[in-house]
Design a protein around this ligand. Structure first.
Ligand code: NAI
Ligand code: MHF
Length: 289
């Protein structure tokens, strides 16, 4: 059996660190996507989040717009936020039928108790619904800074099990990491991942340019390390919280550190409400240290 293709970008070498990027939007960002679309690379994978307070139809509108503008939609499915199997299948069926969705991202989600029948992302994968609806690639979360509810060893075994199960079901696994401010930490994690023989392509989560207060607020909310030392590496001084900061230093450190031993790697941008600013940053990237 041929290995399923995730995206044509993975079959050619990257021209630079941002080449072949993917990006994330929420259902509320449709106007920003309309505005940013002309400046975006064709077929760019665009993830659509699964956040509380959004309706399925608003998410679906976002996915359809992504497809209509010539990009590759990748809806998120947050296992613990899905109320029923019917809701899961309804959204997945609509996404595949109405927007030609071929790639999905599964994540447990932050609720401490599931709101419905899906305990974790493995439960969504194990439902069999994705391959039944023609999905060919499944994204799963990578946690370079560890996971609040799992030991490091559990993190690796869960990641290995999810990759194996996705492949067993005839689909391609893709790892998308939580955003981080510390490039060295991410590179160490990548080496460990490859050392364990996990060869799935990895998208490293990178924050888009944003207000410093916004970055710190999202870090706290998402459990991402943002100590003064880590922020300083990123270029943020905690004495100066009023400005904004782009991922220039982080991406430069990744560009310096990544080699053939890290396997297939691309970036995934988290714009935190600043989709157009993030696209402008990507297009202005010139590999200056
Ligand atoms: N990277 C991202 O974009 C996002 C990351 N997250 C975070 O990633 C976490 C893990 O997701 P996956 O890697 O998909 O894990 P997973 O679905 O593979 O679950 C692995 C194990 O962790 C436990 N677990 C997961 N979330 C939990 C929670 N909120 N409370 C208690 N136990 C939990 C599960 O029950 C399971 O035993 C989420 O819980 C959330 O904190 C959430 C949303 C987006
Ligand atoms: N643990 C964890 N939970 C998450 O929900 C999560 C992560 N990690 N990692 C990154 C992604 C990105 N996420 C998000 C969440 C919200 C917006 C957002 O734009 N929310 C508001 C604005 C609120 C604000 O600025 O605080 C909105 O208008 O929708 C964007 C990305 C959620 N994600």
């Amino acid at each position: 059996m041929n290995k399923p293709v995730i995206h044509p970008n993975w079959d050619r070498p990257a021209l630079n660190m941002v080449d072949g990027y993917s990006i994330e939007m929420t259902a509320k960002d449709v106007e920003s996507l309309r505005a940013a679309a002309p400046a975006m690379a064709p077929e760019t994978p665009v993830a659509v989040t699964f956040l509380p307070g959004e309706t399925l139809s608003a998410r679906l509108d976002a996915i359809k717009l992504v497809r209509a503008r010539g990009f590759e939609p990748m809806p998120h499915f947050s296992a613990r936020r899905i109320a029923s199997a019917a809701e899961f299948e309804e959204y997945l069926a609509a996404a595949t039928a109405q927007a030609g969705v071929k790639r999905c991202f599964v994540i447990a989600g932050d609720p401490s108790e599931p709101e419905g029948p899906f305990f974790d992302s493995s439960a969504l994968i194990g439902s069999g619904a994705f391959e039944r609806m023609g999905v060919t690639a499944i994204g799963i979360g990578g946690h370079p800074e560890g996971h609040p509810n799992m030991s490091e060893e559990q993190c690796w075994s869960v990641l290995e099990a999810k990759c194996a199960e996705i492949e067993r079901r005839g689909m391609a696994p893709l790892i998308v990491t939580q955003f981080a401010f510390d490039g060295e930490r991410v590179l160490e994690w990548l080496r460990a991942l490859r050392g364990r023989g996990i060869d799935a392509p990895v998208r490293i989560g990178v924050p888009g340019p944003a207000g410093i207060k916004t970055l710190i607020r999202f870090a706290a909310r998402c459990g991402v390390g943002a100590s003064a030392a880590v922020l300083a590496k990123y270029g943020i001084s905690i004495a100066q919280l009023f400005g904004s900061m782009g991922p220039d230093r982080l991406v430069a450190s990744l560009a310096r550190g990544i080699g053939p031993d890290h396997g297939r790697v691309r970036l995934h941008f988290y714009p935190f409400g600043g989709l157009e600013k993030t696209i402008a940053w990507i297009n202005g990237y010139d590999e200056r240290p």
